[in-house]
Write a protein that binds this ligand. Sequence first.
Ligand code: GDG
Length: 738
Amino acid sequence: MAKLIIVSNRLPVKLQEKEGELIYKTSEGGLATGLGSIYKQGDNLWIGWPGMVIEDPQKQQRIADDIRKESMSPVFLTETEIKEFYEGFSNETLWPTFHYFSQYAIYEQQLWETYVQVNQKYCDAVVAQAGPEDTIWVHDYQLLLLPSMLRERLPNSTIGFFQHIPFPSYEVFRLLPWRKELLEGMLGSDLVGFHTYDDMRHFLSSVNRLVGYGSMHGWINTNNRSLLVDSFPMGIDYEKYSSTAATEEVQKREQIYRGNLNAEKVILSIDRLDYSKGIAQRLKAFELFLEKHPEFHAKVTLLMLVVPSRDAVEKYKELKEEVDELVGRINGKYSRISWNPIQYFYRSYPLETLSAFYRMADVALVTPMRDGMNLVCKEYIASKSDQKGVLILSEMAGASKELSDALLINPNDINQMVEAIATALTMPEEQQIAHMRNMQESLQRYNIHHWVSMFMDRLSYVKIKQLSLATSYLDDATIQEMHDAYDSASSRLFFLEYDGALVDYRNRPLMARPDDDLMDLLERLSSDKKNRVVVVSSREKATMQDWIGHLNIDIIAEHGVWIKQRGTGWQTMLSLLDDWKKDIRMILDLYVDRTPASFIEEKEYSLVWHYRRVETGLGELRARELVNHLNFIASNSNLQVLDGQMAVEIKAQEINKGKASSYWLSKFPHKFVLAVGDDWGDEDIFKAMPREAYTVKVGNSYSVAKYHVDTCEEARQTLDRLVQTRSQQQSPGALMTG
Ligand code: GDG
């Protein structure tokens, strides 16, 4: 049975060794709880690093066996890999860049190489466990290359990727020397998810500018696949936080801490030690608050928890020193025997203690400089059983997009932060409750389980959509069937796109001149009297004339504005499309007959029925009638109805390759039709084709074409096979001439 494989840098378990004994502690992170409900089901599996360097193969095996029972499988990393892949490239190159601290980013080739190699290691670990039907969900910035590595090894698998940290704007992302490789790595996914719409839009813009793929409604078409990019704001396990906060144990702890703190009001701050969290800026704002608001002295305490993190990285060591110094300075300046303005703890606590802190806090001060989402602020809200308390939240956190009832601040604006603290401490209770209630309702609904199911549903939707839009490969049997249809047809029409279908794209457009093989192929195709060959192009007519104008073929140039029928000169399609005028004019004449003082104006490419001189009321009535009448007719043609100022105008819609192709279909008999194209513009050609036509796309992204081939060479071979006799076809060597 198909299973789900979750892959993240760390497993949801913390491995420790005490006196030779291995101890496994479950991790309490948001992701572990959120995915806990699914990764333990059936054969599902979580693959990642267990959090300790283990070199002894026997010990590694023991660990693998132990955690297998808990649906986990380990990837073991060496000391060097931890240093270069995790601390180095992930946390000293990607983390600062993605959080807009590119001045802290280091660019070292050796770190990049280890990053590639470790992603490969994760890939091997997944491939060893994955079956072709499995779904793989990759998490976060340490594994950006993994989706493509997996795609290469398991081409048909379902791969989702979620990034927990921000995706920066193109201007920042482009600074990375390996920017293109990183994007290409992510593009191996079927679904790429971010917390916010802004992250998603930044990603799409980087993909467009750096890899050259555009997007439509979040869909990206690469050369041979389509994938979706979407936003999924992550929630918390609301039930867990609200019920823990309501337990007796937590309430007891709250009372004890409150008594010990001896403060009227408590402001809470909890983060991992990280410069992106704005801890130093927050301390400076609190210092200024104390200076500007002496009335709060001895009344307010800032309870600041900093959880040790990445302490082997230099920037984090420096930050630790800065925070220690600031706390010392502020406490030194304002402390009294009975009051310390800041209670600072550099350690982590069990959930019950954390919950008691959340309950106790009158204000939560969550002011990151940048944060993908930020779960602390959501946990604070969920823990507020009595709905009293105020959240001050940085607008640079993803969570601010959902929590508009918080006091939103810009963390660079120290005065705004000071004022927000004062406002929060004096906010009337009813107002606190009203805001808290709104935020609780929203977080209850958009919880972590909702997030998981949204992502998984969307991933299944992508797969279904890919299948429904997928074209079948043009295999031998179909070519044979096509050949039979070709042989028995008395008249045949070919629509062949020049660039991308007959000739490969070149860096410089004018280098894509037709080669001798192509000339020969076109000549052979068009020499059969039953065939009419139309070469379609967006190129200028002069170029097409120069290259293939002398052949006995038809040409559509400049997207269909210009056409050339064999043996004649160039004509603009616009005038040819005027045949509609005769019929429409008859209808307009009828309305003139029925509406005194109305008249018809004929323009070069349109007809107008004017009613400005008609009796007021009657003109409007007739105009409604006429618009409906014309719209009915126009729905099956290339006409467009414009309901104007005292006039109704009908004109030929803009020209495109599809409309130009329709002209041939309407004018020339065709018992056999073949259209070959390659890009979005050619979809118009495919759409214009009759149902029984053979439509072939070069490349395998979504298309309304029925079939696809992978290269221009294959497209040419297919055409070549059609013009060969049956005996020539059977000899494989007779395929391409030359
Ligand atoms: C990344 C993104 C995004 C903290 N101290 C203790 C403790 N914690 C728990 C909190 C919370 C988690 O750690 C921190 O989550 P955040 O979301 O605030 O921040 P990051 O660690 O940077 O997470 C972030 C997140 O991924 C999810 O996508 O929101 O933007 O940077 O759950 O409660 N837990 C315990 N003791 C502590 O002392 N038990």
